[in-house]
Write a protein that binds this ligand. Sequence first.
Ligand SMILES: Nc1ncnc2c1ncn2[C@@H]1O[C@H](COP(=O)(O)OP(=O)(O)OP(=O)(O)O)[C@@H](O)[C@H]1O
Ligand SMILES: [Mg+2]
Length: 1007
Amino acid sequence: MESTLTARDRVGVQDFVLLENYTSEAAFIENLRRRFGENLIYTYIGSVLVSVNPNKDLEIYSKAHMERYRGVSFYEISPHIYAVSDNTYRAMRTERRDQCILISGESGAGKTEASKKILQYYATTCPVTDHLSTLRDRLVQSNPVLEAFGNAKTLRNDNSSRFGKYMDVQFDFRGAPIGGHILNYLLEKSRVVHQNHGERNFHIFYQLLEGGEQNLLSKLGLERNAQKYQYLVKGCCPRVSSINDKNDWRTVRKALTVIGFHEDEVEDLLNIIASVLHLGNTQFGEGKNGENQITTEPQLKYLSKLLGVDGAALREALTHKKITAKGEEMISPLSFEQAVAARDALAKAVYGRAFTWLVVKINQSLAFKDDVYNSSKGSSSVIGLLDIYGFEVFQHNSFEQFCINYCNEKLHQLFIELTLKSEQEEYEAEGITWEPVKYFDNKIICDLVEGKHKGLISILDEECLRPGEPSDISFLEKLEDTLGGHAHFVTHKLSNGKTRKAVSREEFKLIHYAGEVNYSVNGELANQSGNSVLSQCFHREEVTDQKRPETTATQFKNSLAKLIEILMSKEPSYVRCIKPNDAKQSGRFDEALVRHQVKYLGLMENLRVRRAGFAYRRHYETFLQRYKSLCPGTWPNWQGRLADGVATLVQHLGYKPEEYKLGKTKIFIRFPKTLFSTEDSLEARRPTSWRGYRERAKYLRIRQAVIVIQSAWRGMISRQKARRRRHAVDIIRKFIKGFIYRHYEHCPENEYFLDHQRFSFLMMLFRNPPKSVLDKSWPIPPPCLTEASEHLCRLCMRNMMRAYCRRIQPEWKKQMEQKVVASQIFKDQKDSYPQSVPKLFVASRLNSEEFNLKVIQTLGNDKVKYGIAVTKYDRRGYKARPRQLLLTSSFAMLVAEAKLKQRIDYATLRSISVSSLSDGFMVLHVPSEDNKQKSDVVLQCDHLIEVVTKLATMADKKIKVNMSQDSITFAVARGKEGVIDFTSGPELKVAKCKKGHLLVTAPKLNP
Ligand SMILES: Nc1ncnc2c1ncn2[C@@H]1O[C@H](COP(=O)(O)OP(=O)(O)OP(=O)(O)O)[C@@H](O)[C@H]1O
Ligand SMILES: [Mg+2]
């Protein structure tokens, strides 16, 4: 509803007072259910906090949450136990009035948790000095100790408080906690000797057995096995999954030290705990003479040692009773049943007294020097926390339930009185007429229980004091005689036919404000009578005191009266706890169970009282501040009196006179719907004004966050960059230094540089190695790698060549071999050579069809391997004649059609002459003395280099090829010689010159 609430907080209404249908229980429960579904476990009824146990950890109790609630008005923030804690604290400080917070609810509803949260809130948020921090720790640590001795696992709660607790925390004028005091009520002692199925004895027994060191257990005569102890086996439930006894033992031991227990005190305390276990194992049997006697001697021995009592006296006390009649003491033996009852009574009493002693010790440790209970009120104030059982209704309700419900009846009375009183006071203070509210006054029930002579407790006292044997039935009869006809008291006899079935003969029914409860009178009186056995273990005065002790009920009545007195003197706040299911499960909302609790806690009554007058009230200032934007007269600021401002505002809003009243400092609004419609108008206006502010505030927060994140991010990036730059500078510096020292021996100064050079050279080679065998390029190595580079170059070449050779085909190989021969002959010798290199040599320039068959036949076995058309020049006259030049493996021949003109055996071929120009002339020199042979042959052809290469290859490579610059002389028949002159010119020309020489002009192909 208020400013800082989020949409989630708005589930249902966060204050039941604002429920339109406030008389409807269903609407009430639906609101609880909806909020519980969203984990919103807290809801207000005015200033009362209703809390539903979530049975799971909600993350709403952190220190940050505490801070959020600190100093913030109750209604400005979602309901929380911290809001109640803080409000109470602030009220105590500002008004200097003692406060109390009453926490009630069924077993397992979360009372103890709530009280712990409140205490934690004060311990964390209140100012504290070093000196006071010890006290703060003791306050907090008193909880685990009291829980160990006073809490137990029950069917409803794994950590059920089996005693009522009222704790005062005392604060000094600065608001710092300076002391504390605890009052305990009605410890459920019967649990010491008996537990229902599925329940356990008090935690401390299990903690001691599980966590106690071995030598401690040996000293106490105990075994580490709960099953061995009669007082621990009744519930058949020694272990509980949600409880870690071993860890808890450590916590308790530590807490005892923090609180200030001496080691010997702890030892005594543990002796008592152990002795209770030994008492449980003490058995009785029949002696020789038929008398009842103890049959378990070791237990007796341990008991006398641990309790520090005389063994014989203890034996006597457990088996005999002392009766004082007319001043004379008589001792008579106990029957078996009596002895067992006496033993159990002793165990309960011992434990009960130990618990009381524990509380006294804790109180001493928490006490402030100026005892708040004795001193007149000084500068300190007190906040009281009451964690007490709520209404309990079982199938069979014993005396303990009676006390508990009576206590609740009293607290309800107080609640009604105080709530109505405070409402009335507020109305009066505001000058608004108080309209009487109808409510059920439970005084009639309280009187029924505690009335002076006609009250239930008085009758019980009387019956116990009466001479003769009092019995449960005589007590019931007495009740019927005295209380018969009371509207809230019913017994089997007193009830009419219809209702008689609902009450058995050994029960009486009380009609409490919250419902009807049947109480059993069985054992009612036995619970009240003192036992002589106890006296031997307790104070001597108690033994000598002849007065009958007060019954437990009277003791309880008196302590309750005192409690009520304490509470009446304080300003109360209320926390009403509800458990959503019986299975201790989270997220399950059992409507029937909740309805039952809503009824028993009197929440509807509470709401009715609260809503009897006006649903909503708020200080003028707060109201105006919130809604001023809805009225032009009050926006943006109201300058006059606040009351006038509110009046202007509500007039503008159209409130009808019966809908509201203006008090002295507050406006009272009768119906929630009036307020809701105002809220709706505000919501509708928000985009233009309020929402603008809120969005701006949100924007500024986000912006701030963005700036923080940005600066952190930029810082990180810059640091990263700076690191990189520093690194780069280092490298550059090393590089320069290395460069300066590059010619020196390897030394630290040039180490990096040389390494880098080596590395880059090798990487360059790696990335760009020579691609082919013809690629002769090779990078220049740094001086330090010269030798390695040469090796690498060689290796690389070899490798490439090897790869190249492997790839070569046989034809290509042959081609290459011929090219090599050609190269050996012509390279740098003949002008036309470079142009011939890329032209491949062919197997033959003539096809087989071009050979004359006759010529082929004359060759016989010799095969023509190469043939080419050539021009033969006569030796005389230089007449050009077309011929075929055919080469076989052993000779060459010139053929003119079918005629073999000349055969030149390779063996006789002396040499070949060619010019150095680009012409195609060659002269084959043959020996002139050989008559069979004609003289030298002058030939011209197109593929001269190919022809000469083929000739040279076939005839033997060693054949001499003469390269002539300007002329070739050749032999003509009979000693005569011919000459061919060569000259370069623009084009190829062959002519006979005047000298009788053949003149060949050839173009220059290569400069
Ligand atoms: N606010 C809470 N958040 C989480 N769990 C809770 C809360 N309140 C109670 N519980 C759970 O419920 C259990 C029972 O709560 P608690 O012991 O406070 O009940 P109780 O009302 O004191 O019961 P009893 O009357 O038996 O002592 C706790 O042990 C805890 O597990
Ligand atoms: Mg409790």
